[in-house]
Design a protein around this ligand. Structure first.
Ligand code: ZN
Length: 466
């Protein structure tokens, strides 16, 4: 009888302790938890506790449950929890040019199609619709942070505020006329205004300078960008060393490589998110390793435009944080980062003639921890641990094609597609639950996209008829 009383007392105390666990807003469960911390293995039966916009615990379910009590939970049967993906280079609004023209080299594609169509169609409304379409696709596929570079960046920032994603948004400036601008002077002034307007305004938005490329912006203007970025403590994002035509241009005009050209202008000494980085020699890689540069590898875009193969394994071996990007949907043609993970893992095996190059865990790190570091957000996102921003996803491995399961990372890299993502959370806000997007209206989006596409379709038909 006495024993029974003591047992009951212990039970009451244990239950009481549980009921008074520390409060959390949300606990997300998963049969598997992949924190993406360096050297961390896949944990079975894991959980992540979130308070506000921050992760307060990530670890074994039993431990998290013992310590935290949440008002809301998301179940994890058959699911993997991992950090949200980081898309280090895209042009969100270009989703409206998806499939407009394919199978051309970079310069023909840009000069004969993209630039003229942009001059004709890109308006604030176009950018609002295109970036909403892109954000829908990224939330659906588990991308939680992206780096954008496109016209009317205020529109993009407002879409990001509304849909809940996290973004580094670059205001473009270029030496010739572009949508809304006569040339360098007004586009550069507007970029400075944009950075000043958005800095410190929303913790999910980092404004940045986005000079287009070394072949479209003069050395004097790139140097002015460096001065402005350093003064504002803002990052720069730019296309760099993308294709042979750029290397030829830089050699002809400046007698050097694209990387050495911009290094001479001080661009490697200020936070630089450098998209592509294909045409690099060994000295360029050494310069990048010493500088504050985050190269972003865009394998699908590079393959589609025939730009070449970035020396990613050599950069990783030099200790450089290399991220992944989709580039715009006009040269990809989607924003599925899982495809970039897989393409990166495969492309570098072909290039090296060696199947051990860029193994699955390293390819996945490029889309998470390394990508976050490459874009300057490595202390906020890309890993699941206490103190980091609560940017995480759940992937469903319950489908028949995911059977059997021996190695979870193998499935994530070599089997998964974007429709397997079922939950997307950014800064503690659930943007998608059970594969249903909560922060955007799909029917409205479809109507807006169709209205924009009808105008572009009519213009293409008129171009072809003339
Ligand atoms: Zn690009």
């Amino acid at each position: 009888m006495k024993n029974l009383k003591i047992t009951a007392l212990v039970l009451v105390l244990a239950l009481g302790a549980h009921a008074h666990g520390e409060p959390a807003d949300l606990i997300v469960y998963g049969d598997y938890l992949l924190s993406m911390e360096p050297g961390a293995n896949v944990l079975q039966d894991g959980a992540v506790a979130i308070r506000g916009n921050t992760i307060v615990a990530a670890g074994p379910r039993q431990q998290v449950d013992a310590q935290y009590q949440a008002s809301r939970t998301i179940p994890g049967a058959g699911r993997v929890i991992l950090p949200g993906l980081v898309n280090g280079h895209t042009h969100t609004s270009m989703t409206l040019f998806r499939g407009m023209v394919d199978d051309l080299d970079l310069m023909t594609w840009l000069q004969d199609y993209v630039f003229p169509m942009e001059a004709r169609f890109v308006t604030p409304e176009f950018v609002r619709t295109g970036s909403t379409l892109a954000c829908w696709e990224m939330i659906r596929g588990g991308t939680t942070t992206f780096v954008d570079m496109y016209f009317y960046p205020d529109q993009i920032a407002e879409v990001v505020q509304r849909c809940g994603l996290r973004a580094v948004i670059g205001a473009p400036h270029i030496d010739f006329p572009s949508p809304g601008f006569k040339g360098w002077d007004d586009s550069f002034a507007a970029a400075q205004d944009f950075v000043a307007r958005w800095q410190g305004r929303d913790p999910r938005i980092t404004p940045a300078f986005a000079p287009h490329a070394p072949y479209t912006v003069s050395p004097e203007h790139l140097a002015a960008t460096v001065v402005a970025a350093q003064k504002a403590h803002a990052p720069i994002t730019m296309h760099l060393a993308e294709a042979p035509a750029e290397s030829d241009y830089v050699r002809e005009h400046f007698d050097t490589t694209p990387v050495k050209h911009v290094a001479g202008l001080g661009m490697l000494d200020t936070p630089l998110i450098a998209a592509h980085m294909v045409q690099l020699d060994a000295d360029d890689i050494a310069l990048v390793a010493k500088g504050s540069v985050g190269p972003i590898h865009n394998p699908t875009s590079n393959m589609k435009l025939g730009a070449g193969i970035s020396p990613v394994p050599a950069m990783l071996a030099a200790g450089i944080n290399v991220g992944l990007g989709t580039d715009g949907a006009a040269s990809n043609n989607d924003l599925d980062l899982w495809e970039e993970i897989r393409m990166a893992a495969l492309l570098h095996k072909v290039a090296a003639g060696d199947p051990t190059v860029l193994p699955a865990p390293e390819a996945l790190a490029m889309a998470t921890r390394l990508g976050a570091a490459a874009i300057g957000l490595g202390n906020q996102v890309g890993q699941l641990k206490p103190g980091m921003q609560a940017d995480l996803i759940q992937v469903d491995l319950g489908k028949v094609r995911h059977q059997p399961r021996y190695d979870i990372v193998s499935h994530l890299v070599y089997v998964l597609d974007s429709t397997d993502v079922v939950t997307t959370i950014v800064a503690g806000q659930v943007l998608m639950e059970d594969a249903r997007i909560l922060s955007l209206d799909e029917a409205q989006l479809r109507a807006d996209v169709e209205a924009s596409a009808a105008k572009i379709r009519a213009a293409l038909a008129a171009t072809e008829a003339s």
